[in-house]
Design a protein around this ligand. Sequence first.
Ligand SMILES: C[S@@+](CC[C@H](N)C(=O)[O-])C[C@H]1O[C@@H](n2cnc3c(N)ncnc32)[C@H](O)[C@@H]1O
Length: 424
Amino acid sequence: MKNDRRSESEDLLRKARSLFTQEELSVRVGCSRRTISRWENGQTRLPFYAGLALEKIISEASSFGSADTGDFTFIDLFAGIGGIRLGFERAGGRCVFTSEWDEHCKKSYRANFPDNGEIAGDITRVEASSIPDHDILLAGFPCQPFSIAGVSKKNALGRPHGFDCETQGTLFFDVARILAEKRPFAFLLENVKNLLSHDKGRTFRIIRETLVERLGYEVFWKVIDGRRFVPQHRERIVIAGFREPVPFNWDDAPLPEIGPESPRLGSILHSEDGLEFDRDDGRFLDEGGRVRPKYTLSDKLWDYLQDYAEKHRARGNGFGFGLVDKDGIARTLSARYYKDGSEILVDRGREGNPRRLTPRECARLMGFPDRFRIVVSDTQAYKQFGNSVVVPLMEYAARAMKPHVMRMKAERPHSVGRTFRGAS
Ligand SMILES: C[S@@+](CC[C@H](N)C(=O)[O-])C[C@H]1O[C@@H](n2cnc3c(N)ncnc32)[C@H](O)[C@@H]1O
């Protein structure tokens, strides 16, 4: 039994060392290089916690950026920092084209997908014919014109929203334009749940009619709560489309149940026990591995948030801050989290005022692996993760769609069908 455990540990270490140097491993596990070396030469036994950490590191490394498996190809539109891409890569996809116009997002994207090549900018200026052929089109088109927060803000400012929003609302039609020209086997669109009810359902009806009646795709949508995968309540609509009739049904793909086993906030928080001391080169943690004090709310801000919440409570409104402890589930992380972070505040009990999540914790809250590099300022990182997707939810979508796409590919390996009806 003891020997079995020893050889398991040796195997783990060997696998981990085939992926990382001692130095890299020491940072990831949160120990010194000497310790790694002692484990390797058998001077000390691999402790249980380190075994678990190694398993996680190996599994993340094996699924991260596995772009060269290439069972199918895809394009990444409105790519942000590549959250949808990560999910589809994990299912064996290979990215052949990326579009994103925000320079900060591009910086993060390049740092994490260094082999990507050029990132195309404004999609409205990209000729559809210049985009490489691909099997699946991926697009999480901007959701602010449809999201509840976006709509009420735009209403308050007297600004148009949805399709009336000239700059952002019409980007869906750029997706349609590319689908019409490239005719991929399938697409996956991701958006806020409010897309369904926006403008009394008119917005979604136009989207559906465009995809089904004008472009001739079979369309299947489902609202899924990210809470099934991460400790965050985040309802998003996923719309899968197929160029040909397929026996696809979102309900055929089993989703993790929401229940006592669902992930809790504690699983994404820094351990603060010293084991993570060097995470992200100490950017978020101090020398003792504790979250840096700058993430803790000042007395002034904490007082203000409590007063504000009290006023709203008195008026019967449900707004206010979202205090959550390690056993809880976070509210939806938004792109505005950088402002005061009030929607997700980590309860520190007697230790003092609550604190914000660090950008690394936000990455984890969205299901990004720890290997995902955070190379932008905290403000930009909060915006980027708040705008992104729950990566394992995207992997789920990719795995649900993949068999149908593979079958279509096998039947018509290179066809770019032009069967759409009446698209102008
Ligand atoms: C909702 S976010 C998508 C985030 C992405 N799914 C991810 O995982 O990070 C929408 C993205 O579209 C980008 N965008 C908006 N208008 C664009 C345009 N005209 N051309 C290219 N990108 C655009 C924004 O900069 C933003 O990063």
